[in-house]
Design a protein around this ligand. Sequence first.
Ligand code: ZN
Ligand code: ZN
Length: 588
Amino acid sequence: MPCCGVLCQYETNKLVRIQSVRLGSLKWSLNAAILLFICIMLLWNRKYQEFDLVVSSVTTKVKGVAQTHLPGVGDVVWDVVDYSGPLQSKNSFFVVTNVIVTKNQKQGKCPEVPLKGRMCHTDEDCEKGSWDQKSHVHDTPTDDVTVRTSGIKTGSCVRYDVLKKTCEVSAWCPVETKTNPPRPALLAAAENFTVLIKNNIRFPAFNYIQRNILPQMNDAYLRSCHRGNDSLCPIFRLGDVVREAGEKFSVMAIEGGVIGILINWDCNLDRLMHRCQPKYTFRRLDEKESNKTLYPGLNFRYAKYNTVNGVEERTLYKAFGIRFDVMVFGQAGKFSFIQLIIYIGSTLSYYALTTVMIDWLIGTSCYSAEVGQNYSEKKVESVQDKQKCILCVSYVDENNIRLVKKSQKKKRLQDSKPISVQPHKEDSGHLRAVLCLLQPAEPDAQPPLDHKPDPRPCRPAWCKCGRCTPSSLPQEELCCRWSDGACITSSPLFEQLVLRRSLLEAVLLYRDPLSPPADRHQPSALRHCAYSQYISWRIGVPPEDTHPAIPSCCVWRVREEYPSPDGQYSGFRPVRMASMQACANGEL
Ligand code: ZN
Ligand code: ZN
C-alpha cells in the first residue's frame, strides 16, 4: 500500500460481540428504558420548543368604602382616596388598615413625650439645639425605620404631667403621643375591599400579546365573578388574598405588612395544544412574626395641612397598612425544529450508559466470573512496552509457567521474582513429538542410563538440580528446578523428546520438507531444534511478547549431545521474536 500518511487513513473502533441471551435482553431493556425516559422528558418539559420570557405591565384598581370611628375625630367614612394613601409605586398598591391621628398640630414649644431614656431632672439634662439622633432606636419597635424626631430641644426641662418631667422642644405641638397601633385595627373592614388587576403581557420572540381579562369576560361576568367560582377571575377580595397567603387579615391589619400577588404565565403557543392563561398565587413577603423582628409591619406618616385664622395647622396620620406587590413571571414555548434536533443530539450520549452498566456488571462478580474472564481477554489486548523484556520460565517442580522481567542489574534469573504466573498452554509441536514417540526407538538412540551421572566440575550456588554450569551472564543462571531435587535431564523423556537424533531430523524435515540431508545433520541445526523441542515440551506456546528461557543444565546437556565443532556458542540473547520457533531456531 502506498504510504500517504494520516490523510489517507481512517481509524475506527473494533467491537466485541458477546453471544448471550441474558446480556442481549439486558441491553435492549436498558435501551428501551432510556428511550422511554427521553420521550417523557421531551413531552413533559416540552424540549421540542423554543422559549421566551414574559414582558408585562400591571395596573390595579381598588374598590370599597368603610366607616370607622377614629378616636378624637369621630365617625369617618374612608373611601379609596383615603385608604390608598400617597404610597403608590409601580406594580403595587397600598391599603391603609390602621391609623394613629394627631389633630391640630401647630408650630410651637411643648414637652417631649415621656419615653424610656427621655426623662430629665434639671435643664442640664437637655442640651440646647440638639435632637435625638437615635430616636428611631429608642422608639418603640412599631415605629419602623422612619426617624422619629419630635423637635429641637430648647434647653429647658419642663413638667409633662404630674409625675414626669421631659425636655421642652420646638416642634409641631402637641407631639404625637400614641406609639402602639390601636387593637383591633380601625380599618379591619378593608378585608371586604376588592381589587381589579389588569395585566397585559407580551412574548416578544413570538410577537404574541395577551391580557389576563380574557375576551369572553364581559361586564356582567366581571360584576359577578370571584375566586371561589372561577380561578381566572381578575377581581380579588383582599381578605381572600391574605387568607390564601396563609395569614389572618384582622391580625395583619394591625401592624401592616407586604403581600405578593404572583401571576404565572406558562404558555404553550403550539396550534394543537394552545394554552395561555394566568395562574394566581399569593404569598407574604415581609417578616411575619412581630415578636422576633425589631420593626415589624409596614407604616408611614403623612399630614394634611390647613390654615385656621392665618395660622398653619396640620393633622398628622401615622398609617399602618398592607402593600400588595403584583409580580408577573412566566414563559411561552413554541415548536422549533432546531431545538428538537439539539435535544435529540444531547440525549444520544445516554445510550453509553448501557455499555457502562453492562461492562460493569460483567466486571463484577454479580455476573458469571468465567464469562467475565473470557470477555476481558477478548476485549482487552495488552501490549508490552518495547523496553521491557519478559522472560518465560518453567520449573520441572511447578505446574505453571512464570513470567520474569529481565533484570537490567546483575541479578540471576533463578532469583528474580515473577511478575505473573500463567497456566501452561499446550503446543501442537509437543503433540507431534508425542506421536513420534509412539514409534519404536531406533537402535542408534542412546539408552538413558548410558549417560554419565555428573560431569560438571563444580555446582553453582543457585543450582537446585546439581547439573548446571556456572555462567558469567545473569540471564543464563537458571536451573530446571525451583527447589532441590532430580534434574530434568535425568528424565527418560528428556532423551526421547529433546535429544533423540531421529526425532530432531524428522522435525527438521517436517519444517523444510526439501532440505538436503547434509543440512539436517548439521550439529547446530540439531542443537537449535533440540532447544525448540524443549520449549514446546516444557513451556508450550509462550505468552505473547515473552521469550522462553532454557535452564543451564538442559542447554549444556544439548550442547554435549550436539557440540559445536569450534566449541563456540552464541549464548542466550533474547530479542523480540515473532514466534517461539524463531526464538528456538536462531538465538540460542
Ligand atoms: Zn541446576
Ligand atoms: Zn537440571
